[in-house]
Design a protein around this ligand. Structure first.
Ligand code: PEP
Ligand code: MN
Length: 337
């Protein structure tokens, strides 16, 4: 931490602050300038009490942290990329992974038709919500465990791995029994008890970015997973809320190089919640692949017009097939397969 003192403070005021810094477990290094004094407080900010409270002292102008607040997700702590194993698939390695399927699991026919089509087009993981976080309590809330059973059936019939959302700590065990990846949704990405419960299942966790979450907060939420002994973490950018109304959210593709720089964990892009419009999905996917994302999470439905949730943003089966074909040069351009 760097502690900047107000100009022209007395020797006594300075020594009081030095005493306090030592008391809190740091080694102070004093630099006297012409007008003011700056103190470098040496010590691990994550294992000692923070010095940020020193701003309440009258002689202190500012306290500036030097260390990052996250450790286990940090690139500083692990130089090489983490590769998350999901059954026979590896996310974060050479292969670009596409997760696709309906927003919500609605019926056996809807899910199986979609699963077969997305598999044929090259997806390796099937998405589908069984517990849905809906803004209104009157909207379709998901089929619950029945939906999980249908996902398990689709996995058995197609060999695809499964990703589905966990909404409540109460369901952590049940959801983990059926799924290969647990999705933590945007509305819950700072629900720390839920993150801990999800982490403790040991399953890979896909952590969406919250609607108004800063990247640092997202990294710290990821830290909850790793610090609960679960190294299998995927970050997923799904757009943040801005003033823009052309799109449902503003998909922040700058998170790809930022997460790659700050963390060793893979990053997945969800253009469906990001745009909220099926006509933008293809461009956003191409951009994400070319920018070095590790994979995509895309909503696909046999008949989007009749979908029980998020109809406007879901691709048709044919639309998805075409997208997968068009995506290839962009995946190759980023050095992936
Ligand atoms: C979803 O994937 O369907 C979903 C609800 O996502 P988010 O939490 O990003 O809104
Ligand atoms: Mn959705």
């Amino acid at each position: 931490m760097i502690v900047i003192l107000k100009p022209d403070i007395s020797k006594k005021d300075e020594s009081e602050i030095l005493k306090e810094i030592k008391k809190l477990g740091y080694r102070p290094h004093v630099m006297h300038g012409i007008e003011r004094t700056v103190i470098g407080a040496i010590g691990d900010e994550r294992t000692h009490q923070s010095l940020e409270t020193l701003v309440s002292w009258p002689q202190v102008e500012r306290v500036v942290p030097v260390q990052k607040r996250f450790k286990l997700v940090s690139r500083e702590g692990q130089k090489f990329d983490s590769v998350v194993r999901v059954r026979e698939n590896r996310i974060g390695g050479k292969k670009f992974q596409v997760m696709a399927g309906p927003c919500s699991v609605e019926s056996e026919k809807q899910l199986l038709t979609t699963a077969e089509a997305v598999k044929k087009a090259g997806a390796t993981i099937l998405r589908g919500g069984a517990f849905k976080p809906r803004t209104s309590p009157y909207e379709f809330q998901g089929l619950g465990e029945k939906g999980l059973k249908l996902l398990a059936k689709a996995r058995q019939e197609t060999g695809l791995s499964i990703i589905t959302e966990l909404l409540s700590e109460q369901h952590a065990r049940m959801v983990a029994e059926y799924t290969d990846i647990i999705q933590i949704g945007a509305r819950n990405s700072q629900n720390f008890q839920l993150l801990i419960a999800a982490a403790k299942t040991g399953k890979p966790i896909l952590l969406k970015r919250g609607l108004s979450m800063k990247i640092e907060e997202w990294l710290l939420a990821g830290e909850y997973v790793l610090s609960n002994n679960n190294p299998h973490l995927l970050f997923c950018e799904r757009g943040i809320r801005t003033f823009e109304t052309y799109t449902r959210n503003t998909l922040d593709l700058s998170t790809i190089p930022i997460i790659k720089n700050e963390s060793h964990c893979p990053i997945i892009i969800d253009p469906s919640q990001g745009a909220g419009r099926a006509d933008l999905i293809s461009s956003l996917c191409k951009g994400a692949a070319a920018m070095g994302a590790d994979g995509l999470l895309i909503e696909v439905h046999p008949n989007p017009a009749e979908a029980w949730s998020d109809g406007a943003q879901q691709l048709t089966l044919e639309g998805f097939r075409k997208l997968m074909e068009e995506l290839q040069p962009f995946i190759a351009a980023a050095g992936r397969e």
